[in-house]
Design a protein around this ligand. Structure first.
Ligand SMILES: [Zn+2]
Length: 114
């Protein structure tokens, strides 16, 4: 007997069932606002089974799974791997400037003569 399966494929976070069953992530650190792509979830369903509610998910490219983006000058934590002094790979957290900063440039100062 075939079991009932109604799988919906999602091409991106804009699809109707892309966020089914996914909760919004709590804010971490000093990040400024929920990611506009995943709306604070950090991931979405690539496949969602309407019958069983099971899903296959992928991380959001824009926020790297954080669910939040930084629009100011604060550094953003990202997981990375480095070699320990013993030569073993280990997870570390790196801090790098955000890709999502608002504003005209590095310094929003006055322009032109006055
Ligand atoms: Zn996102």
């Amino acid at each position: 007997m075939a079991h009932d399966s109604r799988i919906v494929l999602c091409s991106g976070p804009h699809d109707p069932h892309a966020f089914d069953g996914i909760t919004i992530q709590p804010r971490r650190g000093d990040l400024d606002r929920p990611c506009p792509l995943c709306l604070g979830r950090g991931q979405w369903n690539r496949e969602f089974d309407l019958a069983s509610q099971r899903s296959k998910r992928c991380l959001c490219d824009k926020c790297d799974g954080r669910g939040w983006i930084e629009t100011g000058d604060d550094l953003v934590p990202s997981p990375d791997v480095e070699l320990s002094p013993e030569g073993q790979p280990r997870w570390v957290t790196r801090y790098a400037p955000s890709d999502d900063r608002d504003g005209p440039g590095p310094e929003a100062g006055e322009t032109g003569g006055g």
